[in-house]
Design a protein around this ligand. Structure first.
Ligand SMILES: NC(=O)c1ccc[n+]([C@@H]2O[C@H](COP(=O)([O-])OP(=O)(O)OC[C@H]3O[C@@H](n4cnc5c(N)ncnc54)[C@H](O)[C@@H]3O)[C@@H](O)[C@H]2O)c1
Ligand SMILES: O=c1ccn([C@@H]2O[C@H](COP(=O)(O)OP(=O)(O)O[C@H]3O[C@H](CO)[C@@H](O)[C@H](O)[C@H]3O)[C@@H](O)[C@H]2O)c(=O)[nH]1
Length: 439
């Protein structure tokens, strides 16, 4: 198939490369010329394991090209819309400006029989509105909604081997034909047995935000339990393990700590609440307000614990922060709990030194007043307190004995429950963690 991918950010760049890997001829288009120039050189514009090698492999076949010219999408039969839907600056809703602009720029290049495939995460009702817009100028083209569930850090694997495919299609022949085309696009994963669910537009859009709401709720549930553990002296890691053995609950996404961040879960639950409000069913999602509040409370709890560790005085105290990205194996700092905590501590007067294996540059662009260094060893020199805020493997594997020799005072606050408490305590550290023992 001839495929265009509109928007080559985290989602679009991976999607374009994976579609080429599946044998299609792909043109990636983005308005960001710098990003396109990098992709044309075969460089991933962000850190994503496996993407650079995949780009090199598929670009050598000649099946993948990139352009900053909107007309480059002409001639493709399937057009994936992968642009951003961030939170609006003055509220909780999703900003649909980029999706609207992307579809508008696509319209003049659509031919009869073309498929427009929405992949961005949008408020329910958007597909119906965009389908009308497309029908008014290009009645021969069809819109389908095909939400994406990839995780950063595993994006290539998740795209090539998704755990499910969801198609939201219109009724009638156009919908049936759209299913046939999408089945051809995803022939590889379907042959591997990937389940696919065919439904209407509204359901497909809702599946995406429902899935992210469930994941966010699961994380906030365990973090609420962490609050109880802190009040009672219990250990949330044992609690998670114990309830996780119940297959109906499951252990995944029960890692208590600093909570969720990134470019998806926080903004998606807020946009979902905003949309429910518009639909007059805000009560149905009122629990998500609490999910958000529990999540944000973990960040302030970390700041409080840091202050307590330093006898209530943050002013002028040297704090080392390990981690800036919202999770390991990503350089994404959008709504990063780690960066948020580091910035707050600095605001309160601490001398904060941050290090992240991949996210230093992105983090510095957002928080230029923070000091960034290249390694954990550099960050902890003379530190009175060390905070582990993103559980990169290189941080989890740090040697507490060697590190103790570099710090001013061996105090560790583990914001991700990622370290072995006894190893750190045996090496002379004061070790405290969120949800583990009485504070
Ligand atoms: N990042 C993820 O892991 C992930 C996973 C699943 C779904 N999503 C959803 O996918 C969408 C994209 O997310 P992202 O993380 O890739 O965002 P992003 O900000 O990394 O990328 C968006 C890209 O769209 C480009 N763009 C903006 N307007 C454009 C236009 N009119 N024409 C062409 N390009 C344009 C931007 O320059 C940018 O490169 C969002 O709706 C997000 O919720 C993201
Ligand atoms: O037990 C857990 C699991 C995750 N997290 C945090 O939750 C956030 C999100 O993690 P994850 O879901 O792995 O990252 P994303 O790449 O943002 O992926 C989510 O958001 C994507 C965009 O919508 C979806 O496609 C994915 O399915 C969904 O998992 C991160 O800050 C993690 O540190 C926890 O605190 N505890």
């Amino acid at each position: 198939m001839r495929i265009s991918v509109i928007g080559c950010g985290y989602l679009g760049a991976v999607h374009a490369a994976c579609m080429a890997k599946l044998g299609h001829v792909v043109t990636g288009f983005d308005v960001d010329k710098e990003k396109i120039d990098a992709l044309r050189r075969g460089e991933a514009p962000f850190f994503e394991p496996g993407l650079p090698a995949l780009l090199t492999e598929v670009m050598a076949t000649g099946r993948l090209s990139f352009s900053d010219d909107p007309a480059a999408v002409a001639g493709s039969n399937v057009h994936f819309v992968c642009v951003g839907t961030p939170q609006v600056s003055d509220g909780n809703a999703a900003d649909m400006t980029y999706v609207d602009a992307a579809v508008t720029s696509l319209l003049p290049h659509l031919a009869d029989g073309d498929l427009v495939v929405g992949k961005s995460t949008v408020p329910v009702g958007s597909a119906e509105r965009l389908a009308e817009q497309i029908a008014s100028t290009s009645p021969g083209a069809t819109l389908v909604w095909n939400p994406e569930f990839l995780r950063e850090g595993f994006a290539v694997k998740d795209t090539l081997h998704p755990d499910r495919l969801v198609y939201g299609v219109p009724e009638g022949d156009a919908g049936a034909r759209a299913v046939e085309i999408l089945d051809e696009v995803y022939a590889g994963p379907i042959a591997e047995g990937t389940p696919r669910i065919v439904s209407d537009y509204a359901t497909a859009q809702l599946v995406k935000v429902a899935a992210n709401s469930f994941l966010a709720t699961k994380i906030s549930f365990i973090n609420a339990m962490a609050e109880l553990c802190e009040a009672t002296g219990a250990d949330v890691t044992h609690l998670a393990e114990a309830i996780g053995h119940d297959e109906r609950i499951g252990r995944r996404f029960l890692n208590a700590g600093l909570g969720f961040g990134g470019g998806c879960l926080p903004k998606d639950i807020r946009a979902f609440m905003a949309r429910a409000d518009e639909l007059g069913v805000d009560q149905a999602l009122s629990f998500l307000r609490e999910v958000d509040a529990i999540n944000l409370r973990r960040r302030s709890r970390m700041v409080t614990l840091a202050s307590e560790e330093l006898d209530g005085t943050l002013e002028g105290r040297r704090i080392a922060v390990l981690g800036a990205s919202f999770k390991p194996n990503s350089d994404d700092v959008r709504d990063s709990p780690a960066l948020d905590v580091a910035a707050k501590l600095r605001e309160l007067g601490a001398q904060v030194v941050v290090t992240d294996p991949e996210a230093n540059a992105n983090a510095k662009a957002r928080q230029p007043q923070l000091v960034f260094v290249e390694s954990a060893e550099d960050a902890v020199v003379d530190a009175e307190l060390v905070l582990l805020l993103t559980e990169w493997p290189e941080f989890v594997q740090l040697d507490p004995v060697a590190l103790a020799k570099l710090v001013d005072s061996p105090r560790m606050l583990d914001g991700r429950n990622a370290l072995d408490p006894s190893a750190w305590r045996d090496a002379g550290w004061t070790y405290r963690a969120l949800g583990r023992g009485k504070h």
